[in-house]
Design a binder for this molecule. Sequence first.
Ligand code: NI
Length: 392
Amino acid sequence: MKEKIETLAQQIHQKLIDYRRHFHKNPELSLKEFKTADFIKALLDEWGITYTSEVAVTGIIAHIKGEKEGNKTIALRADMDALPIIEENTHSFISQNQGVMHACGHDVHMASLLGATWILNQLRSEFGGTIRLIFQPSEEQYPGGAFLMIKEGVLENPTPKAIFGQHVLPDLLVGMVGFKPGKYMASTDEIYLTVKGRGGHAAQPEKNIDPIVIASQIIVALQQIVSRNTPPSIPCVISFGKFIANGRTNIIPDEAKIEGTIRTFSEPWRAEAHELIKRTAEGIATALGGECEVFIDKGYPYVVNDESLTIRAKQLAIEYLGAEKVVDLEERMTAEDFAYYSQIIPGCFYRLGVRNEEKGMTYGLHNSRFDADEESLKVGAGLMAWLAYKQL
Ligand code: NI
């Protein structure tokens, strides 16, 4: 079966490159993936695969039923949305939708899942059970397409035994894949602080309440939540990327705004940290004569890869690709809405190498020059089909 899948992946490879380039040329933002969905639906129609569309606006759920005995369902998922980035690549298929770019590889994920779909559809007579194919919108935007699709029943009737998702990794050489059993990617929440003081002449600080100095102390104090309050066994990051105080050299403004993120790997600690952020920011502002409004926008939970499913998937990847092509990954503080699936059913979110230094494909995700080596599509499609087949 391994050879069969490899051959089919080889056969469909050129088409997958075409599909990926089509997606790349025509990127669409979160919950606006209408043409993207149309393109996928046309292929499913052509292949005679039944599906439900417009799940969570643009999502698609398709099914392939094996012809042998079996009643398991295995889910495979790809995300569909692009990012608000102006592409700076110079290849022949750069974005035709100005200011929107597939800079996170979701074009590769969709083309790979289409490849796995085509391969598994060819192999219907060889397995029993059902493959559920999930084309999911809006991974990049809260509350996340995964959350919305789950609300619309994507994990029901019946509940899949397992779900697989893959994501490109520009640090990993093309041809390779990586796995991490257990906790893999962090929960993420956005922090919005508005510090209110009283503005006035910078030469008369005693007559004002300086929101910039208060906000500065809040930022420093919040770092201590990580170093002094977080249990050392739990990874946690608090970072601020925005600090706006619109005064001048001689004007103290009325308020300062700070925006940041908190990422961690424990739900109880996450809740406690939110309280601490609120208490610290409000307390410091009050002590210094000002006020602080705290808003924490709760994002995705952490991604947990089911231990036994992921260890087994890694073993299967070694069988499919060879041991030298499969690596272990560290946990990371980036986030993914695949987390929602993984919190409900056994999930395995693994990484697909797309790096090629000779071709200059070394830029990171969300970079305006990010590009993926398309050789990865063969592995992306074939391995996913192999993992699903072996689960049934
Ligand atoms: Ni992504």
